[in-house]
Design a protein around this ligand. Sequence first.
Ligand code: GTP
Ligand code: MG
Length: 295
Amino acid sequence: MAKQKTEISIIIPCFNESRTILETIKKLNQIFSKSQNSYEIIVINDASTDGTQDQLDKLNDLRVRIISNRFQLGYGASIKIGIKNSRFEWIGICDADGTYPVDRFPDLLKYANDFDMVVGERTGKVRSIPFFRRPAKWFLNRFASYLVKRKIKDVNSGMRLFRKEIAGYYWNLFPDGFSFTTTMTLAFIMGNHRIKNLSIDYMKRKGRSKIRPFRDTYNFILLILRLAMLFNPLRVFMPAFFIVFFMTFISLGRDIHNLNLTDTTVMLFIFSIIILMIGLLADLINKKSTESWGR
Ligand SMILES: Nc1nc2c(ncn2[C@@H]2O[C@H](COP(=O)(O)OP(=O)(O)OP(=O)(O)O)[C@@H](O)[C@H]2O)c(=O)[nH]1
Ligand SMILES: [Mg+2]
């Protein structure tokens, strides 16, 4: 691995993190000012209402740029604004809540020359993922791995580096909400870009979580459906087709035994064909609209 100088724009999406935002910026400055890399820090304050802006106004630092959204646009939308306003070839992202070990950025950067994305996988000492969110997290990682046929341990880590140019290929896929990181991971895998994963710890957050169980459960289900349609529809539609077709077969067997063709059998058959047709159509649209994959 050659030693290199990597110029990097660090983007911090931030909503109501008045307790931790300045500390996060200070730590990043300490770490990056020691290294040889040119860098800038871009904070996107997403219309916070807890005095985050007052904290940011105290800063007088040329290395830090602050962009204040007039309305709350979301986590992904804020990162996209950050990327558009960035100067450097490499983008780093991390949260503002003090959960990610930002002192590991130099370790991630060591791989920048040889990879297109370097992800901090939360597989070290993980102290802060609440118990009731773990099943969803587990399922998301498994489902994402299934879609792209590759084992992914932490599909939505919020601490990572990536090449801006490659993110640009997939710009229109990126959502405005929290699923930004999940979508980015899958897009880079589908596009056969080089990804390095490094194990990192994950600390307990200070301040209040922005996760809202009900709205986010809805978003989670939507995300699962969208990921399937976006990245590999046949991985979901074909098994569904086979299951319903198998049920048709069982039902038909029973009908033959009773010498009576039931509505259930006919309905199941039609249903299976519809699933197959939609699956094939989704696959076709997918192949057409993602021609840039595999560059
Ligand atoms: N721009 C923007 N950033 C947000 C929004 N909601 C949360 N964030 C930021 O995104 C990062 C991650 O949000 P968190 O609430 O910490 O979500 P999480 O890390 O998945 O979960 P916990 O840390 O356990 O609460 C933090 O830096 C937040 O300030 C939002 O609506 N807009
Ligand atoms: Mg957090």
